[in-house]
Each structure stands twice: as C-alpha cells, then as structure tokens.
Design a protein around this ligand. Structure first.
Ligand code: DX5
Ligand code: ZN
Length: 214
C-alpha cells in the first residue's frame, strides 16, 4: 500500500492549522514538514515552534524533513515538537550512523535523504538503520519544481538492494510528484510519495490523493 504525505510547504502559510485539519479527511497517511534553514538550501520555512503549534491539529504522523546544516542540533527540539519521523540529508551530516541511532534513542523513526546528485549507494551501509530512505525528485528548497527523471533509476536500484537484503524500509520520494510521476515512482518501487503542489492546488484534494496512491 502506497502512503501519501502532503507537504505543508504548499499549504497556505496564513492558515496552516486549517489546512492541517483537512488532511485526515482527504485520506492522507502522514504530514510532511519541510524544515529549511537558508544555508543548506536557499530558502527558509519554519521550525520546531510551528511544528509544536500544529501538532494538536492532527493525529497523523509528522514526517519531518530536515533541510538544514548541523541536523544533530535539531533532533531534540523536533522530538519535543511532536515529530514521529525525522529524516536528514546525508550531505549535511558527517556521522550519519550515529545520528540515526540518536533519533531512534529518542523513540522516533529515522531516515536519511539523498539529493539528486548523491549516489544511491551512499545509503546502502546504513539502510538497516533506517525506517525510511527519502530520495529527492528535485533539488531541495522549493515546491512546484519538475521531477528529475534519473530519480527513477535510483528508486529501482534502492528497491532491488532492499529486497535483496530482505530489509523492510520505506522508500519515500519527494518533489515533482503528480499523477504521472507518481505512477512511475510506484512502478519503480517507491512506497511513500510526498506531494505539495499536486495536493494543495487540486480542485479535489481527496481525489488527487487517491489517484497518487494508485
Ligand atoms: C522541496 C521539498 C518538497 C516540496 C514538494 O525542497 O522537500 O517537500 O515541498 O513540493 P512539490 O510536490 O510541489 O514538488
Ligand atoms: Zn520535503
């Protein structure tokens, strides 16, 4: 079963709580929160304060995607803010294995994120320490970009690596997901799809979530 994680980056920032309250009724499986620091990526979004304020509005798992330098500094604050899953970029962290252990030690699920140019093999030696591996379908920083087709090869390679090892790790794909790219990602072996613009600009977001799930 494919899970759909709408990204709050594409919601109306002036009414985040209202948008969040609708997600369960739309059939979303989790909430994707894009945390940007203006250093690791050329944009700034919001931090643990916003996450904590939103937490009571929704019972779906909070999937926190850290696009920040020094991600280790932000694990405890996002734990305190109600995160259920934290993923961080391998490009931003020297001690990937240690940080995954740290996230787990606080009782959360953990995963790594790979930018488009980062070889998929970068995550192989920590795959068994991950609950989820996030492959970027765009360069991180902004919603509404076009999906980079090479991502499909990375998904397929990772799917065959995980299946070959018997590892039950979610493959999440983030960026440029629409009806067509969702289908391609599902066929390549993705299990979680993040969707920002596709969901929040849809006439019927519930129907769109159903279509993305396939
Ligand atoms: C990009 C973010 C994505 C983005 C997805 O840096 O990580 O979550 O919001 O937006 P769409 O689905 O519009 O590409
Ligand atoms: Zn994201």
């Amino acid at each position: 079963m494919i899970k759909i994680a709408p990204s709050m980056l594409s919601a109306d920032f002036a009414s985040m709580g209202d948008s969040l309250e609708r997600l369960s009724a739309w059939g979303a499986d989790m909430v994707h929160l894009d945390i940007m620091d203006g250093n690791f990526v050329p944009n700034i979004t919001f931090g643990p304060g916003m996450c904590k304020a939103l937490r009571p509005k929704c019972s779906l798992p909070f999937d926190v995607h850290l696009m920040v330098d020094h991600p280790q500094d932000w694990i405890q604050p996002f734990k305190d803010a109600g995160a259920d899953i934290i993923t961080f970029h391998v490009e931003a962290e020297r001690h990937i294995h240690r940080l995954l252990q740290h996230i787990h030690s606080l009782g959360m699920k953990a995963g790594v994120v790979l930018n488009p140019a980062t070889p998929v093999s970068t995550c192989f030696h920590v795959a068994e320490n991950c609950d989820m591996i996030l492959l970027m379908g765009v360069n991180p920083g902004f919603g509404g970009q076009s999906f980079i087709p090479e991502t499909l090869n990375k998904i397929a390679t990772l799917r065959s690596f995980l299946d070959g090892r018997g590892l039950n790790v979610d493959i999440e794909v983030d960026g440029g997901i629409n009806r067509e790219t969702a289908r391609l990602c599902r066929e390549a072996g993705a299990s979680v799809l993040v969707a920002g613009n596709a969901v929040f600009t849809a006439q019927d977001p519930a129907a769109m979530i159903g279509e993305l799930r396939g």
